[in-house]
Ligand binder design. Sequence first.
Ligand SMILES: NC(=O)c1ccc[n+]([C@@H]2O[C@H](COP(=O)([O-])OP(=O)(O)OC[C@H]3O[C@@H](n4cnc5c(N)ncnc54)[C@H](O)[C@@H]3O)[C@@H](O)[C@H]2O)c1
Length: 253
Amino acid sequence: MSGQLNNKVAVITGGARGLGAAYAMAFSKEGAKVCISDVLDTSKKVKEITENGGDVIGLPCDVTDLSSCHSMVEKVADRFGGIDILVNNAAMFVDLPRRTFLDIGSEEWNNVMAVNVRGSFNCSKAIVPELRRRGGGSIINISSSTALKGIPYTLHYVTSKGAIMAMTRALARELGDDNIRVNSLAPGLTMSEAVAAADNTFAPYNEASLRGRALKREQVPKDLIGAAIFLASDGSSFMTGQTLVVDGGDVTN
Ligand SMILES: NC(=O)c1ccc[n+]([C@@H]2O[C@H](COP(=O)([O-])OP(=O)(O)OC[C@H]3O[C@@H](n4cnc5c(N)ncnc54)[C@H](O)[C@@H]3O)[C@@H](O)[C@H]2O)c1
């Protein structure tokens, strides 16, 4: 099989479903060996990717727990001989109640920050020694266009995705000498499985996104694949610290 990610090994957190699973399938089709990790059962997606001819493992990993991240990284390196790519995709998002910031409690705030911000910090920490052993690599942090648009009623989520953009810039500076690139991908509202299933919650946001976009249609997981492969591959080898917004031209800053 020849592809843009031949001989690469990729770890995708939160890969049991949705956009993470879509990146995993796409990376596998481009020749990468893939690990999907999640707090959810990954076996269904592992089966799908395997049946498609991919070399994939599914591992349990709670990104809020640094030792869980270390254990996952160790298993991937044992199985595939190293790691080249990390997609920090795991996040609390779909199930978060929409409410004003005055009604968000400290515990809910902390939980979102723990998964969405500390999770990316933990996984990057656990994986960087492996990337260094390979002489470089690519970290892709999944942000969101909500952080650029300032979407109301999930202040913790939007703040966490803004933090991801800042983390991306600063970590890129720390890892440049190791030839490790750190970029962020910021999708607009995308019809992942969980978003589509929560139509009551997302319908108004979807309508607003459709109105705001230059390209006036729903965004689907496939729309993110080209950008994700680009950031993972040598095609973006002189690009680091950047946020790539893929949202049909809604964010116009
Ligand atoms: N779908 C969208 O509209 C959209 C837009 C912008 C950004 N994003 C971002 O894209 C990513 C994926 O979104 P999605 O729509 O596929 O949502 P999703 O909820 O289907 O995917 C998130 C995954 O993260 C996993 N996860 C949650 N907590 C975890 C933990 N502690 N440890 C490990 N895994 C954990 C979940 O189990 C789930 O599989 C998220 O980072 C989200 O913020 C999504």
